[in-house]
Design a protein around this ligand. Structure first.
Ligand code: ADP
Length: 380
């Protein structure tokens, strides 16, 4: 049956029970029937309505609907509600984790930007320290150009100017102008505001560029430079300016440490070599080494023992070296002085994410300051 007039058996039962109670209360006296017969009520079967495509909205308002089709929700209401709650909780957890991951990435990117700005500010300070030798490096060729220009002027004013000699003077002027412009160019590339660009770099050639700034300063301080760059064409991953900054910072510290060293020992020794597991740079001096109390603090930001030091050089070195998962360490030398050793993985050793210098990648090599402790890896 789909719909029709039906007795409501529940109502019927209720009224019958009421009648029985009333008889019992009246102690068995049965009088004329007190109750009107139960009217039939309009009742519709929901399953049948649905089967024939009939809408229950068309039923009279007092019409009862029975036998609703059994949906999964009706049958397993408790289980379905629990599952929905678990799903909702999982979704909320995932959304929260994604939001957390995103904000961590943003924070890491922000830290990387701040770090590179700090490194650049420190480069300005380094150039400030080198300003005397830089002024000399630029001033010398400019002075030579001036003298050559004077000589050329005299020659031109002569009754029979010697074209050959004039040509020689002009080529000297050109050479000196190039020399001065190279110094300016080197400074510009060191100080230019540029985003950090990680890429494969020839280790030795990159460091040689920094050496051109170090050499005049060493000369000014009466320090001789010994260089043993033996890494050949081996490549590392990094930013050229930052790698040069590593050498500059270590070399300037080494020269500072030799301030009171006797003339015969004022030697700055720079060396590179290719190891089985990466590339090594050593910067050694014969200066006053740091004490054992200072050793654990050397790479801390703002740790300095110099009257005008900022204490940022070594901490910047460490952050640069650790970006491609390298490490840096310091040790006292036999016979006096200090040797700083930087270890960097070969370009071929790094994954793409490592090579990008992604700050979120965990270091594979130890970040502690002892490269000798790193697990051996092979540069192919
Ligand atoms: P700053 O040069 O401004 O002091 P750094 O971070 O470069 O900052 O160096 C921190 C400290 O480490 C120096 O003040 C010095 O005490 C010590 N140090 C660094 N390099 C050497 C070195 N080659 N020999 C001895 N001590 C050094």
């Amino acid at each position: 049956m789909t719909a029709g007039a039906m007795y409501d058996f529940e109502e019927n039962g209720r009224l019958t029970a009421q009648a029985a109670l009333s008889i019992l209360n009246d102690q068995g006296r049965i009088e004329a029937p007190t109750f009107a017969p139960l009217p039939a009520r309009c009742t519709a079967n929901a399953t049948q309505l649905e089967r024939y495509g009939l809408s229950s909205a068309a039923l009279p308002t007092d019409c009862g609907v029975i036998d609703y089709p059994k949906s999964i929700f009706r049958v397993y209401r408790g289980v379905v509600l629990t599952a929905l709650a678990v799903l909702l909780a999982q979704t909320l957890t995932i959304v929260a984790l994604l939001a957390q991951r995103r904000s961590r990435r943003l924070a890491e990117a922000e830290v990387a930007v701040r770090r590179s700005e700090l490194a650049r500010a420190a480069r300005f300070a380094t150039v400030g320290e080198l300003s005397a030798s830089i002024a000399h490096e630029v001033g010398q060729p400019l002075g030579a150009i001036l003298s050559n220009a004077d000589a050329a002027e005299l020659l031109v004013k002569a009754s029979h100017p010697d074209a050959g000699e004039l040509g020689e003077i002009l080529s000297d002027v050109e050479r000196d102008a190039l020399r001065a412009s190279e110094v300016v160019q080197r400074l510009r590339s060191l100080l230019q505001k540029q985003s950090v660009a990680f890429g494969s770099l020839p280790f030795d050639a990159t460091l040689q560029c920094a050496l051109k700034l170090i050499a005049p300063e060493a000369k000014r301080r009466n320090i001789s430079v010994e260089e043993n760059f033996d890494a050949g064409n081996a490549e590392i991953v990094g930013d050229a300016v930052q790698i040069q900054q590593v050498l500059l910072n270590l070399a300037i510290n080494a020269m500072d440490a030799m301030q009171d060293t006797g003339q015969s020992s004022r030697i700055l020794t720079l060396g590179t070599k290719r190891l089985a597991n990466g590339m090594e740079l050593t910067v050694a001096d014969r200066g006053c080494s740091f004490g054992s109390a200072s050793a654990p603090r050397l790479f801390e930001p703002f740790y300095t023992t110099k009257p005008h030091g900022m204490g940022l050089g070594l901490s910047i070195v460490r952050s640069i070296v650790e970006a491609p998962h390298g490490c840096v360490g310091a040790a006292a030398r036999d016979g006096g002085g200090t040797v700083f050793t930087v270890w960097l993985p070969c370009a071929s050793e790094l994954t793409d994410a490592d090579a990008a210098g992604a700050p979120h990648v965990q270091p594979r090599a130890p970040t502690a300051s002892h490269p000798g402790n790193t697990a051996p890896r092979t540069c192919s």
